[in-house]
Each structure stands twice: as C-alpha cells, then as structure tokens.
Design a protein around this ligand. Structure first.
Ligand code: P70
Length: 459
C-alpha cells in the first residue's frame, strides 16, 4: 500500500470550504439540472472537477505576479517565458495564448485542411473540436492496453503504431495533415506515453510528410512516469526527458493551467520552423492579442515562466504522483474499479464496471459524478459518452470506448484527509451501485455539450 507522501511545502494561505447536508445537495444538484458544471463552487466541499487552473501558485509565482510588467508590447514577462521555453523544451519560438484551446484555435487552422485527417494517440475534447472546426477529421489510435482498465501496463497512453501505419496506408498520406501526441493521454485516464513511442510515431509521421504536434498540458507528469518506468531513463533528469521528448515534434500546444501551475495561461511552441511561427503570430493578433502578451496579463506571463520550472521539480513530482497513487491504492483495497494504474493528474473511476446495468446512452460516468456530489459534496466529472457527444454528421449519440468518472486532483491544494473522505464516499456508493439510475439529456448545445447541457435522472 502506497504511503501518503507528505507535502514538500508549507501552507501560507488558506481558503475556507463549505460543508452541506445531503438534503441541501439534492436541491442544489436539481437546480443545476444535474450538470455539475452548473453548481456554484461555494456549494462544493472537495472540488475534483478538474486539475486545470485550480492549482495553488507558490510564493515565488505570487512574487512574479506582483512585479509583472504590464506594458502592451515587449513586456518583461514575455522574455521570461521565452527563456523558460528555450531552457526547458529547447524550442526556438514561443507564442503565449490565453489557454490551451486558444493555442489550438490559432495553430490548427494553419495545419489542417478541409476534409483531411489528423491522427492522435487520443484527442482531448477541445483539440478534437478544433480539428473539426478547422474542417478536419480527428482519428484516435490509442494502444489496446488503454481499453483494459483492470490490467497494468506501463504506457497505456501510447499510440498504436501498427494501426497508425495501417491507417496512413488506408486513407493515403495526402489526406492526412498531422499527428498529435497528447502527453499524458488525458482521455485514456491520464496515462503516460513512452519516449520510444513518441519517437517511433514521429518517425512514421516524418516518413509520410506529416507534422508532429505535442499536446503538452501534462509534459512534466509524463516525463516523471518515463523516469519511473522506461528502461534507460531511470538516471536521466526530468529536464533531459522533457527535452528529448519534445525534440521529436515540430510544435506544441499547451494549456499551462495544468503542469505549469497557473490559474490561466497557455502557449504555442515551435521548434525551429520560422515560417510556421510567422503564421502563428499572424493568427494570434486578431484572436488572442499582441504577440508579446497573447491574451494574458504581464503578471500572468511572469507566473507562467516560474511555474513551467516548478512543474518539473522532482520532489514536487514525487509528491504529486504519490498523492494520486495513494488514492488509487485505497480504492483498489475497497474494490472500486478504476483505470489501473492511476494517471498523473487523476483517478479515472471505471463507471462501466461499477454500473454495468446503465448503458452508454444513459451516461454511467455522469450518473456516478452526480452520486459523488450527493453523497459527499465531491465534484468530479464524466469522461465518457456524455462528454464525447454525438456524431457531427448523423447526430447520433456516440459510444465512448470507456466510461469514466474522473477525480482530477488540483495541484498543491488538497491533503491526505480529503482523499480519505473521497474513499469513504465511494465505499458507500458501491454498496448501493446496483440501484443507481442513468440520466437523460433534456437540452444540449452543438459543440462541447458537457459544459452546459441539462439533464434529468431516469425513473
Ligand atoms: C481538463 C481540461 C484541458 C485540455 C487538456 C488537453 C490534454 C488541451 C486542453 C485544453 C478541460 C476540462 C475538462 C473537464 C472539466 C473541466 C475542464 N483539459 N489538451 O480538466 O486546455 O482548458 O486550457 O483550454 O486536458 O482535463 P484549456
């Protein structure tokens, strides 16, 4: 059993959280139309909705906020960010943007042609949406190990390289524009991708004239897993592993709200392609803002430059991943199914295994998320068919390969006792799992529906 790794920091500021009764939560969830995104965060006890933008910044990052340069053009924070990106990723060019989807919105239309494919180990929802908004078709080719939630594998986030070759052969390289490697693979359960896999996928891509882009939100957690699990990397520093991984790509899009531990921010990195970078800058100005701020305040840029480095600190990563492993081990002991091993940023509860009587079109992952709120005021979310949505051509509900309820862990925010509350809640839910009911959507928007759709419980 994994021992809890004590926090490698002291707490200097606290934020009070509210405790509610079950009756209150029943009322609140109903008012939110059974969509946890519509809950007021003040009514949430432990918020595991996302690890995105929810981390606690360090004293050094806050100091960076206080001394941030707010000039419109050429602010100091931009150069701090540039230095950090040169140092950590060894990329020549960086464009700040307001968050990950800002990076996708700027970069993908420059790369994706109408009707063409973009291949990925697995797209996250916003990257998929931006490929589709640019007129492209998104294709997931994750390795089969990802689908077997019960069996351990070191790198469940990997691209299926054989399938990748077959797919290129089948549709023709002239109909494909790029390969996106998502590190870690969020939709598969925050699962890591090996350096060998990134390298091999990149070689196949290059041989077929395809660009390689890394979706870099969790660059540090992925590299930590590589150090733990991949042969030949045990004695390398996280920094060396990050550099090697990124050397196989042409560019990255990054949501800096995850491993770079800022509450808002993102970036596009371009290794050395000056023409591409010029085009990126051209698209940034109308969409995000002038090139040296890209939708961020000067102080945000300073905090981001510092956060990028704190994210790869090994003591921090040992604690960070240790925290998730602690939660995973407790759940395993209690017989609660989840994507095993745990990911870098979250435990992905296997709602399909816990609620086998609820079919995908009644959203087992969403049902479990609602139940967690009712039981203990814990907010988490569906990463399954409810999130996946409908086929854009036929309008039919798609079936997700996996039905997860994700407990995403904010960075440097919660302690051991919070994790124990979650474990106790799940033990209670497991006792009455067979009586739980699915949900029905009563209203949904066209894209990224899970954020705003309305639902009702089935009788
Ligand atoms: C998450 C958030 C964002 C994300 C990502 C990867 C691999 C790009 C982005 C977009 C989104 C989310 C999901 C459920 C609930 C709340 C939030 N992931 N690539 O939590 O980045 O959000 O900055 O535009 O994971 O996983 P951004």
């Amino acid at each position: 059993m994994k021992k809890y790794v004590a926090e490698p920091f002291k707490i200097k500021m606290v934020e009070t959280i509210k405790m509610t009764t079950r009756e209150e939560r029943e009322e609140l969830l109903k008012k939110a139309n059974y969509n946890v995104f519509a809950l007021n965060s003040g009514d949430v006890y432990i918020d595991m909705l996302t690890d995105s933008g929810t981390g606690a910044m360090s004293d050094k990052q806050w100091a960076g906020m206080m001394t941030g340069d707010e000039a419109y053009a050429g602010a100091r924070g931009f150069f701090e960010l540039e230095d950090a990106v040169h140092e950590i990723f060894d990329y020549k060019f960086v464009q700040p943007v307001h968050q990950g989807r800002g990076a996708e919105k700027v970069l993908f239309p420059l790369i994706v042609k109408k009707g063409h494919y973009v291949i990925s180990n697995m797209f996250f929802d916003t990257t998929r949406a931006h490929v589709e908004l640019a007129g492209g078709k998104a294709m997931d080719l994750v390795c089969p190990e990802a689908l077997d939630t019960k069996t351990y594998a070191d790198f469940k986030g990997n691209m299926d390289l054989e399938k990748m070759k077959e797919f290129i052969e089948e549709v023709g390289k002239e109909n494909i524009d790029a390969v996106v490697m998502t590190l870690t693979n969020n939709s598969a359960g925050g699962q890591p991708v090996s350096v060998a896999n990134v390298k091999a996928a990149s070689e196949i891509a290059k041989a077929n004239g395809l660009k390689v882009i890394i979706d870099a939100a969790r660059y540090a957690e992925n590299s930590y897993f590589v150090k733990q699990r991949e042969k030949g990397y045990e004695n390398k520093s996280i920094s060396e592993i990050v550099k090697e991984t990124f050397s196989y790509a042409d560019a990255f899009t990054m949501s800096a709200k995850k491993d770079a531990i800022v509450n808002m921010g993102g970036a596009i990195g371009v290794k050395d392609d000056e023409e591409l970078f010029k085009a990126v800058k051209g698209m940034t100005i109308p969409y995000e803002g002038f090139v040296t701020y890209g939708g961020l305040a000067g102080r945000d840029l300073s905090a981001l430059a510092i956060g990028l480095k704190e994210g790869i600190n090994e003591d921090y990563l040992y604690y960070r991943i240790g925290q998730i492993e602690y939660l995973g081990d407790k759940l395993k002991e209690a017989g609660i199914p989840f994507q095993y091993p745990v990911g870098g940023h979250a435990v992905f509860l296997d709602a399909k295994a816990l609620l086998p009587h609820i079919p995908y079109y009644e959203f087992p992952g969403q049902a479990l998320a609602c139940e967690m709120y009712l039981e203990a005021g814990v907010r988490c979310c569906d990463i399954g068919s409810y999130l996946l949505g409908v086929d854009p051509e036929t309008g039919e509900q798609l079936e997700s390969k996996m039905e997860f309820t994700r407990l995403a862990v904010p960075r440097r925010v919660y302690t051991q006792a919070h994790f124990d509350v979650i474990v106790e809640a799940l033990k209670e839910i497991k006792k009455r799992a067979s009586e739980m009911k699915g949900y029905r959507i009563t209203w949904e928007p066209k894209v990224l529906r899970h954020f705003t759709a309305k639902l009702e419980p089935l009788k």
